[in-house]
Design a protein around this ligand. Structure first.
Ligand code: UDP
Length: 231
């Protein structure tokens, strides 16, 4: 595995607080990513925005505007997490699909791949730049565009289960599952649009819990305890 796209859910960045940032959690993530980078893996990161805002947060305002706020929430997340990464000793660059003045770099495949080749950890903020999409879809799209070998999905839950482990204590975790089966059984580790993109473009995924100790580093070291989604 040479190049991976790491998707961090917004909620996972918030830790137990469920909103905003939990600095200790983010520093922990950064330290793990640093070990990957030092071992020669190229890492691109996508963060969700749910720790601040979701398009469906408001039933009053127009969905397109609500989604724009959601996309801006992911920009705040990426600027924050990228700077935590800088604090632990990595070079970073934040890309967005729309101009944010001097805050970020406008995304292009060439610029992103060149930054990776120069040893930077790159962040894809702002999702796809379009409403009615999610950061899951943005993450799959960018993983495909930069020709990532794997998408790493760090979630609040430690893998894909046959039913919700919160409500069913007998829920079983899959060691491996195909994307077809995941879609057919509606076991949505990522939303449907993102799943279909993964299927059509044969993008494999490793799903694991961000809160498990050293889960990102362990995943890359072959000590994987989550669910592998095969293509
Ligand atoms: N969003 C969007 N287009 C995108 C990516 C994100 O409109 O391409 C918005 C949408 O409102 C979403 C919010 O940004 O609810 C936060 O993204 P995330 O994927 O974390 O949202 P969730 O799936 O948790 O709703």
């Amino acid at each position: 595995m040479k190049r991976v796209l790491l998707k961090l859910s917004g909620e996972a960045l918030a830790g137990d607080k469920k909103t905003g940032f939990d600095e200790a959690t983010c520093i922990g993530v950064a330290k793990q990513v640093k070990t990957l980078v030092e071992s020669g893996v190229q890492v691109a990161v996508v963060t969700g925005g749910g720790n601040f805002w979701r398009g469906r947060t408001s039933e009053t305002i127009d969905r397109v505007k609500a989604d724009q706020i959601g996309m801006l929430a992911t920009v705040m997340n990426c600027i924050y997490v990228a700077d935590i990464f800088r604090y632990v000793g990595m070079e970073t660059e934040v890309f967005t699909p729309f101009t944010c003045g001097a805050f970020t770099t406008l995304f292009s495949k060439d610029a992103a791949v060149s930054a990776l080749n120069n040893g930077k950890v790159i962040f894809f903020a702002g999702g796809t730049g379009h409403p009615y999409f999610s950061t899951d879809t943005g993450a799959v799209l960018r993983a495909i565009e930069i020709e990532a070998d794997y998408m790493l999905l760090a979630k609040a839950i430690d893998g894909i289960y046959d039913s919700d482990p919160k409500s069913n204590p007998d829920a079983k975790k899959y060691e491996t599952i195909t994307i077809e089966e995941m879609i057919e059984k509606k076991l949505m580790a990522i939303d449907m649009t993102a799943s279909i993109m993964c299927l059509e473009n044969r993008m494999p995924m490793l799903v694991f819990g961000l809160n498990e100790k050293n889960s990102i580093a362990n995943t890359m070291a072959g000590e994987f305890t989550g669910t592998k989604v095969e293509v």
